[in-house]
Design a protein around this ligand. Structure first.
Ligand SMILES: Cc1ncc(COP(=O)(O)O)c(C=O)c1O
Length: 482
């Protein structure tokens, strides 16, 4: 039962007058339309509503419910997104100045965690999903190699599934990390629906990871910013984790967001399996219908993990035109402008759609019809524009790290023309956004290839954070003799 939500409704309908925060005082005149109704539920930690930062009553019960659903030993609500969970996880398991073995294709929040904790980095490079040029899985043997060769690694952090839905063999990676006595953190932000239905990949919570972070808002019915962090085993000090959750989360957690988590857990418990089953059927139907297309393809990956578990998340739909006859961007714009179908992201070669158990069959039918029509309009000699259907490296190039991120990010910097940056050291992150994965990290030497990649993205109208207006920030030459 969404007990928190119901208690908030009861309170809203009661005669209690609020001489407390928030300043809108649940007064309908505070906001227009439906927002005014939401304000009615928006309270602070008053009597009867517990406190997220030392949950003992209703929020404790709700968090225990999350733990039961996902099979963790302990779960915590996050109201500042997976970002706050990732920052807390990193700070909780790694001593200041120690070393993190992390996937190069990690979300920027992991890099921010590294910066704040002043960590050294060892990188794991993902395999490339050759069909579309996106980052593929993280191979367990790369994890083993790094842990064998570098004794000062304090923890391992990987992203699974990736933004595009590629799932790594977390069971094997966890076994390897534990063989070396290291905790494994899995950024499963895009996999909050994992483990809830047998036709979807298993959740890392059940595959041996020590900490798993889920963005509920990405693939489940929950409001933006809502997420969960799960903990298992004895390699993580829960007290330290709770301390960092207090540091990295607001001291005024939104009850509207927490009620949304509670209501999401309710849906998962009551209808999650059925809805996920229906979604899988709809996706299978879509793939079958599209199999007659001459050019439009749906990204596939042979299962590499034993048993029936998928190596690709059914909630991610990677669509592309064979031989780059139209680019990812063209397909994205046609779907948006002509069919009013808003995709999650366009890359050079492909377009990404996110499906969820709340999708309607009519929405999926619209996408199916649009893709069939677009396929018919493509001609044999067509060539994609924008990035021209070119595959761009997906965090696969080895980083040329000259200075540790922590040091470089705080050094004196200057802004220079991108074309003149070859040989200079990056002072800011340069991220393709979305997905927010770095092309260059502060402290890394900028080479011709990086400039070529940024220029290609910029010329094709992609948003490259840190390279706005054709300039990037580099460390002042007088500050570094490297
Ligand atoms: C892989 C990955 N991890 C973490 C995050 C951060 O999640 P949130 O937006 O919930 O803070 C994102 C956001 O897009 C992401 O793609």
């Amino acid at each position: 039962m969404a007990e928190l939500y119901e208690r908030l409704e009861e309170y809203r309908d009661s005669d209690y007058y609020p001489f407390h925060m928030p300043g809108h005082k649940r007064n309908k005149e505070s906001a227009a339309g439906v927002l005014a109704d939401v304000y009615g539920l928006d309270i602070t930690e008053i009597d009867g509503f517990d406190n997220l930062h030392c949950a003992a009553e209703i929020l404790k019960k709700e968090q225990e419910r999350a733990a039961r659903i996902y099979g963790s030993e302990a779960s915590y609500f996050l109201v500042n997104g997976s970002t706050s969970g990732i920052l807390s996880a990193i700070a909780a398991v790694l001593k200041r100045g120690s070393r993190l073995l992390m996937a190069r294709n990690c979300h920027k929040s992991v890099y921010h965690g590294v910066y704040l904790r002043e960590l050294e980095i060892s990188y794991l490079y993902p395999d490339i999903w050759k069909e579309c040029g996106a980052a593929g899985e993280m191979l367990p043997e790369s994890v083993e190699k790094e842990l064998r060769e570098c004794s000062d690694i304090g923890a391992v952090l990987v992203t699974s599934p990736t933004y595009e839905g590629v799932v790594s063999d977390i069971k094997e990676i966890a076994l390897i990390a534990h063989k070396y006595g290291k905790p494994l953190i899995v950024d499963e932000a895009h996999g909050a629906h994992f483990g809830l239905h047998e036709e979807y990949p298993e959740s890392s919570v059940k595959l041996g990871a020590d900490i798993v972070i889920h963005s509920l808002h990405k693939t489940l019915p929950s409001m933006t910013q809502t997420a969960l962090i799960h903990v298992n085993g004895n390699l993580v000090d829960r007290g330290r984790l709770e301390r960092y959750l207090r540091i990295f989360q607001t001291s005024s957690p939104s009850y509207v967001l927490m009620a949304s988590i509670s209501s999401c857990l309710d849906i998962i418990e009551k209808e999650g399996k059925e809805r996920l089953g229906r979604l899988k059927e709809a996706r299978d139907y879509l793939e079958k219908e599209l199999s007659i297309c001459n050019y439009i393809k749906i990204g596939k990956k042979a299962p590499q993990i034993d048993g029936p578990k998928a190596a690709l998340d059914p909630c991610k739909l990677v669509m592309y035109a064979e031989k780059g006859r139209i680019s990812g961007q063209q397909l994205y714009h046609i779907l948006r402008n002509k069919y009013h179908l808003q995709m999650e992201m366009a890359a050079g070669t492909y377009v990404l759609a996110i499906l969820s158990p709340m999708d309607t069959r009519s929405g999926i039918d619209r996408l199916c019809r649009a893709l069939l029509e677009i396929d018919k309009s493509i001609k044999k000699g067509d060539k994609g524009i924008g990035l021209g259907g070119k595959m761009m490296p997906a965090a696969a190039d080895k980083a040329d790290t000259v200075l540790p991120l922590t040091q470089a990010y705080d050094m004196e910097q200057e802004s220079i023309e991108l074309e003149k940056a070859c040989g200079r050291i990056a002072a800011e992150f340069i991220n393709l956004y979305p997905p927010g994965i770095p092309i260059a990290v502060p402290g890394e030497r900028i080479n011709e290839n990086i400039i070529k990649i940024i220029l290609a993205y910029r010329n094709a109208d992609f948003h490259v954070q840190g390279a706005e207006k054709g300039k990037i920030r580099v460390i002042k030459e007088c500050c570094c003799s490297v």
